[in-house]
Every structure is written in C-alpha cells, then in structure tokens.
Design a binder for this molecule. Structure first.
Ligand SMILES: C[S@@+](CC[C@H](N)C(=O)[O-])C[C@H]1O[C@@H](n2cnc3c(N)ncnc32)[C@H](O)[C@@H]1O
Length: 357
C-alpha cells in the first residue's frame, strides 16, 4: 500500500482532482458556504432541507470536500466552516464562490473534453460547441454573468491590487477597455476622487450591471466592440486581462484601436500575469490560465513582458515600465509614440518611421 505522500498517491489525487472541482461547483450552486453558520455548526440534514436536496447524497458530497479541506464534517453529521470553505461565502471579500461555479460550468466543461483539438490546430471550444467562446456566452447569459462575476472576483484579487499600486490621482478620464462589470474602475475610483471612468464592454455585459455599481454616474458604460473602435477622450486606457484572450493579430488590432482613440500623451496600462520565459520558473497559476486560454480560444495565451513589449511596439506604443502589484498581475505602462492612423484595425505591420506624439 502506498503512503499518503508517495508519488503514486500524489499522482492519483491529481488524476481524480476533477471530482473535487466538479463537486465544488455543486456546493457553490447550492450556496452551502452561505448556509453554514460563520461560527458554530449546522447538520447535514438541516443543510439538505434548506438546499432542497437529499441528505444522504449531500453527506457524500460534503465528505469529498471535507477530505480536501473544504468544510469540516464530523461523525455526528455536524458541518462547520474550514478556512477554505469561508472563502466560498458569497459575501467574503474577493469571494471564490463565482470561481467555483465557473471553472466547471457547462460551456468550459464540454470544451475541455475536446482539449486535444488544440494540438492539431483546432480550437477545443469551437470543436465542442461549433462557435467561439464569446459568441457562446452571448447565447448563454447565465454562464456569461457567472463569468463576469468570476472576473470581478478572480482569485488573484487584481483589481484591488492595481488600485493600490498605481497613482491615478492626476488622471482625468480612465477608459477600461473590456472592463467587464466595472470592478477595476470601482476599486480605482473608490481610492482616487479625481478621475471618472468610461467602461467599454459588450452590450449584455454592461446592461447587467446594477445602477448602484456605476457610482452615481462616475462610471459611464459604453457598449461596443474593441475590435471595431475604442472611445476617445480618455487620458489613461486600461486593458486588464483582455489581451490574453486573443491571438497576436487580434491583440494588435485592439491596441491599434486604442492608439487611434488616444490623445497625445495618453497612457496605456496593460495588466496581465506575465509568463516567465523559463518554464522551470513559471507560476502554476500562469500555466493553468494559459491552458484555459488554449482550450477556450486556441491562439490566445499568456505572454512574457518581452512579448507584450513587441505587440505594443507594433501597435505604436512604447513600453515604459513594468510595475509589480501585490497580486500575480503586473502593470505594463506604455505611451503612444507612433502616428499610424493608416494602419488602424488592419493588423498591418509596424510603421516604418517613429514619430514622437
Ligand atoms: C477576461 S475578461 C476581463 C474583464 C476585466 N477586464 C477583468 O480583468 O476582470 C475579458 C472581457 O472582454 C470582454 N470582451 C470580449 N470581447 C469583446 C469585444 N469584442 N469588445 C469589448 N469587450 C469584449 C468580455 O466581455 C470580458 O468582460
């Protein structure tokens, strides 16, 4: 028999890890973490009744999760929180409730069944569903809203970290390009009184934002596609975790559209988790997100600072600084340096002459 920490046992846990991931989604959908008291205990029977499920089967689900350190379950069928299950409460700061619902949600789950399609030039999500990921989300609003909430509450807590790591005090207007439900702007505007925000995202994403999340008009939603155009009039453009959803050609197109909208002297902040070019030093979270991008989008991927510098340069921006944050993401601060109105949106190559703006 293998010891619990043998290589065989460790590999076995990896092989069956999907069972834990999938049942975490069940727990989140039943709001178990919200139903277990913050202090003290409840019983499996009481939880089952509240959630409208069978107690015997719920005990089996909880036993798996407790064996992984999520919730504590006693022989007397009492259920209490563990440190990890508290993070699944929907009112926890930067709650992982949404992530638990997202990773194995139907759209992603079925795309992963086709993962090998990526290795022969296909896009697994398209092989599974016959359409691209963002188109699928438009047709499945429930999963789209889970995605929006998960991005706003991503485990990396990047929105709070970006607001705390960069000085936005002198900025007049921030345009968050592909800003989801506005979490980054809400964090920044809560910390800095001066700026107001323009939020560009797809129409259904913006329409789902409750009015009180728009900070009394300080955040102005602008529905549209960044593949077509980006609103003018901002002195700082923010692109958080957007470029990793796209292949190089689309990234250049998005960046050129920002360049076309930007006034002279505008800044661009690209916020991404940077891939270390040395695979032996890659953060595991970075590799996991990279694989998710491959399965959902094909050519989309995590990139190194050097790769971002290249894309920025091809779109007319110069990378000035790379700033760490208190989260796995970094801020790449860039400045528009090329005049290139003739190449906007075309995916064309770099302008030959460098003209300071
Ligand atoms: C990975 S999420 C990042 C969201 C947000 N910036 C964050 O970090 O939480 C990508 C965002 O791009 C948006 N998006 C996708 N295609 C778009 C398009 N063509 N135009 C505008 N937004 C788009 C999605 O709706 C989503 O909100």
């Amino acid at each position: 028999m293998d010891s619990p920490d043998s290589d065989r046992a460790a590999l076995d846990r990896l092989l069956r890890g999907f069972i834990v991931s999938r049942l975490l989604r069940t727990a989140a959908e039943l709001h178990l973490a919200d139903r277990v008291p913050a202090e003290g205990t409840t019983t499996v029977a009481a939880l089952a009744e509240e959630a409208g499920v069978q107690p015997g089967q719920l005990r089996r689900v909880l036993r798996v999760l407790a064996s992984a350190g999520v919730f504590a379950l006693t022989a007397g069928d009492e259920v209490a929180h563990s440190a990890m299950s508290r993070l699944l409460r929907s009112d926890a700061p930067n709650s992982l409730h949404h992530a638990a619902r997202f990773w194995t949600a139907r759209g992603s789950w079925r795309a992963w069944e086709e993962a090998e399609a990526a290795l022969t030039g296909g896009v697994p999500h398209e092989a599974a569903w016959g359409m691209g990921r963002f188109a699928w989300l438009r047709a499945h609003p429930e999963e789209a809203r889970i995605f929006d909430a998960m991005m706003a509450n991503f485990p990396d807590n990047r929105h709070a970290a970006v607001a705390a790591s960069y000085d936005f005090a002198a900025v007049r207007v921030i345009c968050d390009v592909g800003g989801g439900n506005g979490a980054a702007l809400r964090h920044i505007l809560a910390r800095f009184e001066g700026p107001r925000g323009i939020l560009l995202d797809l129409p259904d994403v913006l329409a789902a934002i409750p009015a009180d999340q728009l900070l009394d008009g300080r955040i102005e939603p602008r529905p549209g596609s960044f593949l077509d155009a980006v609103p003018a009039g901002a002195d700082l453009y923010l692109v958080v975790r957007v470029l990793h959803d796209w292949g190089d050609e689309d990234c250049r197109r998005i960046l050129r559209n920002i360049h076309a909208a930007a006034e002279a002297g505008s800044r661009l902040l690209v916020v991404e988790q940077l891939l270390d070019p040395d695979p032996s030093r890659s953060a595991s979270t970075s590799c996991l997100v990279d694989a998710q991008m491959m399965v959902m989008f094909g050519e989309a991927r995590e990139r190194s600072a050097e790769e971002f510098a290249g894309l920025l340069s091809e779109a007319g921006f110069a990378l000035r600084r790379v700033l760490p944050t208190g989260s796995p993401v970094s801020i790449l601060e860039a400045e528009a340096v090329l005049a290139q109105s003739s190449t906007i949106g075309s995916g064309a190559t770099k302008s030959p002459s460098v003209q300071p703006r």
